[in-house]
Design a protein around this ligand. Structure first.
Ligand code: C2E
Ligand code: MG
Ligand code: MG
Length: 605
């Protein structure tokens, strides 16, 4: 006998030990009620615990009858309360869901049999359903040992939407809505796989010309406007021919569909370039921008996405540094050109410590006194393999990389130190790049060099080009004024070759202008050259500025600039740039191979 029941029997006996049946009835009823309350409480506890997970929950038995479901379950599927009653069949629930538009499709039998087989597997499983109403639900089934199951339902609609959006964002550019670099790379990979060496397709990289100026002068808002407009033009122009993407910054790309040949790419590039030439209107203001385009055609120009991108980029680079505003196709020589440039950059970085630089000095002749007024220091690089490399080739690279700052400091120190050994009437002219003004401290370097050498500041001439004025901060002008205040002379070099030479003459009180050698060379054949050469001499004279004519190679040229009224002349005819040792020899009178005085006389005569 059950111990518990034995206890009840014991309690139900009267004093004489006889069983009081009525008392036993009462006791059993009380026990039963307390047990029921206990179970109800237990159920409530379980339901609360389940509810507290925040999920919709349903429990079915092996006859597919509802054992329990919480309010969230009814709410999720918009089921009437009555269906939440224990014992409701799974099928009735599903019918209710169809009625509430919260089912998946309208097939009951299939749904039920799938569920049953899932439960029969005995393993927990999860599936994601999109309800007829559009909500997305993730359902986890946990089979129970008695053949029933517990399901947990989560509404993941918001989560899925977010995930899709994040997915879109990871592959699209927020500003223009265009596919981004990642998606472009994927598309290229797809095309390569599809073409599989059989079909061709093309990659076009597009870089905006003049975008930086718009961003800098009109602000980032205007820049964004331009980028959106560009995106639109690229898309309308490309149409179904390919996918347009934004690579970042002001760089875009088009991957053309498989089957596109070099000729198709050329036709599209041409249309794109045309689209870039139409004026842009920003805040009612016209702005001009161009598209520079680099084209690579697969499989010839690359069998991997990386290679194709690199080669299109090389073509773009060539276009950017060439004519701009049009397109260039990749050519293998471009790769070599870039490797060469990289090598040059690396070697240039080591040239200072390797002591590969030397200064040459070219005399400047005073046409009135017929004596040298000084020398211009010209940098020479003795590359250990390539031999002598022209400054026209390495100075731009040094400026691009910033190496011009340490190199330029070396030039200033070296030239000033050398000039301090010359007779006091001779000046030293030193070329200083605009990048040195922007990134270096030219004034401090010069002051230190002057201090160390004892050279008088009046004997130093700084030659600048108009690019010093491009960066429209006043810092460069301030530096020039400081140098001028110290007593140095400031010369405007290569005068006439730039954009608005005249306006720069007014913006700073130069001591000297040097007319570019190209005008002097043009004297003999170009009709207008004579007029320009004379006009510049007159302007200089009128403003009280010394004028120097560069690049004098023939006696006729010398005669010409002398007649035009130039104060000074410089050129191979007078003397080529020479090493410091030769300058000293010449100054010591040891070298009399330069018969410049009679030459000038002949020219003047
Ligand atoms: P630049 O300052 O205008 O120098 C004059 C250039 O013309 C020099 O070329 C000189 O050798 C060359 N030249 C002189 N006479 C004649 C002539 O009769 N005919 C011809 N065809 N050319 C003549 P170089 O030395 O090759 O220098 C080229 C440019 O490189 C210079 O032009 C200057 O802008 C720059 N550069 C040279 N040295 C330095 C330097 O130390 N620092 C900086 N920042 N730039 C330098
Ligand atoms: Mg110069
Ligand atoms: Mg010059």
């Amino acid at each position: 006998m059950h111990k518990h029941f034995a206890k009840l029997l014991e309690k139900a006996r009267n004093a004489s030990g006889a069983l009081d049946e009525a008392a036993l009835d009462r006791l059993v009823m009380a026990e039963l009620n307390s047990a029921r309350r206990e179970v109800a409480l237990q159920n409530r506890r379980i339901a609360t615990a389940l509810d507290s997970t925040g999920h919709a929950i349903s429990i079915y038995d092996r006859h597919q009858k509802l054992v329990y479901c919480n309010d969230k379950y009814l709410a999720l599927y918009r089921l009437p309360k009555r269906l939440g009653r224990r014992g409701t069949s799974f099928e009735d629930i599903l019918k209710g869901r169809i009625a509430a538009n919260s089912h998946v499709g309208d097939d009951l039998e299939h749904y039920v049999s799938e569920r049953v087989s899932l439960v029969d597997d005995g393993e927990p499983s999860t599936e994601v359903h999109t309800l007829n109403s559009g909500e997305i639900v993730s359902i986890t089934h946990q089979p129970l040992t008695d053949g029933g199951w517990v399901s947990t339902h989560k509404d993941i609609t918001e989560f899925s939407r977010l995930q899709a959006e994040l997915g879109h964002r990871a592959y699209h550019d927020a500003l223009t809505g265009l596919p981004n670099r990642h998606l472009l790379q994927q598309r290229i990979a797809e095309c390569l796989a599809e073409a599989a060496g059989l079909g061709s397709f093309a990659l076009l990289l597009i870089d905006l010309d003049g975008f930086k100026a718009i961003n800098d002068t009109l602000g980032h808002g205007a820049g964004d406007q331009v980028l959106r407009e560009v995106a639109m033009r690229l898309e309308t122009t490309t149409g179904a021919a390919g996918m347009v993407a934004r690579m970042g910054g002001d760089e875009f790309a088009v991957v053309m569909e498989i089957g596109a040949t070099a000729r198709d790419a050329q036709a599209l590039a041409l249309r794109l370039a045309e689209a870039g030439k139409r004026p842009f209107v920003i805040d009612g203001q016209p702005a001009s921008i161009g598209f520079s385009i680099g084209v690579a055609v697969a499989p010839g120009d690359g069998s991997t996405g990386e290679q194709l991108l690199k080669n299109a980029d090389l073509a773009l680079y060539a276009e950017k540094h060439g004519r701009r505003g049009s397109y260039s196709f990749f050519e293998p020589s471009m790769d070599k050109a870039r490797r060469d440039k990289r090598q040059l950059e690396r070697d240039l970085g080591l040239a200072l410590e390797r002591g590969e630089f030397e200064l040459y000095y070219q005399p400047i002749l005073n046409l009135r006194t017929q004596a040298f007024s000084g020398f211009e220091a010209l940098l020479r690089w003795h590359h250990r393999i390539e031999g002598s490399i022209s400054p026209a080739r390495f100075i731009p690279v040094a400026e691009e990389t910033g190496l011009i700052v340490p190199i330029g400091e070396w030039v200033l120190r070296e030239a000033i130190a050398e000039a301090s050994k010359w007779p006091p009437k001779l000046r030293i002219a030193i070329n200083v790049s605009s990048v040195q003004f922007q990134r270096g401290n030219v004034v401090a370097t010069i002051m230190n060099a002057l201090g160390a050498s004892g050279l008088a500041p009046e004997r130093v001439e700084i030659e600048i080009t108009e690019s010093v004025f491009f960066d429209n901060s006043t810092a460069n002008l301030d530096a020039l004024r400081q140098l001028h205040a110290l007593g140095l002379k400031i010369a405007l070099d290569d005068f006439g070759t730039g954009f608005s030479a005249m306006s720069y003459l007014l913006s700073y009180p130069f001591d000297k202008i040097k007319i570019d050698g190209s005008f002097v060379r043009a004297l003999e054949n170009a009709a207008g050259a004579q007029t320009i050469v004379r006009a510049i001499a007159e302007i200089g004279h009128g403003m009280g500025i010394t004028t120097t004519a560069e690049g004098i190679e023939t006696a006729a040229q010398l005669r010409n600039v002398h007649a035009a009224g130039y104060n000074e002349a410089q050129g191979f005819l007078i003397a080529r740039p020479m090493p410091a040792s030769q300058v000293r020899k010449m100054l010591d009178g040891e070298d009399d191979r330069m018969p410049f005085a009679p030459m000038v006389q002949r020219a003047a005569g």
